[in-house]
Design a protein around this ligand. Structure first.
Ligand SMILES: [Zn+2]
Length: 281
């Protein structure tokens, strides 16, 4: 069973890692269940009187799915490699979480200043690099909309958009981004990534986010994925030709007249913390 928040704001690193492993195992089962439910008969409540026939119907449906639909590719080398790595990481602590706790407890807490992501000397990454750290593509698909929502018009050029990050001169190996919650107007999640540009084999050294699933080290939450994807793969560049880039533009205008509930689920911004969601593909 995955772990539940039970009133807490965040799962511990161990709990989040455990939930990630459960989701990774469960997604293929949910994926197959979804295929079966595409058939109208199995997408609705089935009467008790049909019980004697349901097994036979299910066999027929599964035979048709096996014969005529594409099978899930779960036997790739990546999957085996990822499974081994996930088991290695399962019981490890989040070192960056501990470091950030120490930083926040010091008297002279670091000042964080805002910059456009294009100003950051962040390691160059490929899509495959990010997939290997995420152990899949689910978070990457989710992250792209988070990036768009985080874009804001540039102060210097209102025609352009920028992805705002925060840097501190005291901790030059860290970059963080403050993501607005999708469901609560006054809630933000801080995603922090530790990197080393000179380490070509392992340039991403650690990550921690304040969202519900943000402490895990088996992959990372969607906020961390958005940060790493935009800085590492997109190199901080935005497509300023897209007029619908930023939902923030719209939201900032409507902020005064829209009241969001504060009583949202703590997993609201991080779909992968949902215990039943299919986490990968
Ligand atoms: Zn997060």
């Amino acid at each position: 069973m995955p772990d539940f928040l039970k009133g807490k704001k965040q799962l511990s690193s161990a709990e989040a890692n455990h939930s990630r492993c459960v989701a990774k195992v469960r997604w293929i089962i949910e994926s197959v269940n979804g295929k079966i439910k595409q058939w109208r008969y199995f997408s609705q409540t089935i009467q008790n009187s049909s019980t004697p026939f349901v097994g036979g119907y299910l066999n027929i449906i599964c035979a048709l799915i096996n014969a005529y639909t594409k099978t899930s590719n779960i036997e790739s080398d990546n999957q085996k490699q990822w499974a081994t790595r996930m088991l290695e990481l399962r019981d490890k602590e989040n070192q960056l979480e501990q470091r950030l706790q120490q930083i926040n407890q010091t008297k002279n807490r670091p000042q964080w200043k805002k910059y456009d992501a294009q100003m950051v000397n962040f390691p160059t990454l490929t899509e495959e690099d990010v997939q290997h750290i995420c152990f899949g593509t689910y978070q990457i698909k989710q992250a792209k909309s988070y990036i768009e929502e985080h874009l804001k018009p540039s102060i210097l050029d209102n025609e352009k958009y920028e992805f705002v990050v925060e840097l501190s001169t005291k901790h030059v190996d860290l970059v963080r981004v403050r993501f607005a919650s999708r469901h609560s107007s006054n809630k933000t999640y801080i995603a922090t990534v530790q990197f080393d540009e000179d380490d070509y084999d392992e340039p991403i050294k650690g990550w921690f986010c304040t969202c519900a699933a943000g402490a895990r080290i088996i992959g990372f939450c969607t906020h961390i994925t958005a940060l790493i994807w935009h800085l590492g793969v997109c190199r901080g560049e935005t497509d300023s030709s897209d007029p619908q880039l930023s939902a923030n533009n719209l939201l900032s205008n409507l902020e005064d007249c829209i009241q969001y509930s504060d009583n949202t689920s703590s997993s609201d911004d991080d779909d992968d913390s949902s215990e039943t969601s299919s986490d990968d593909d």
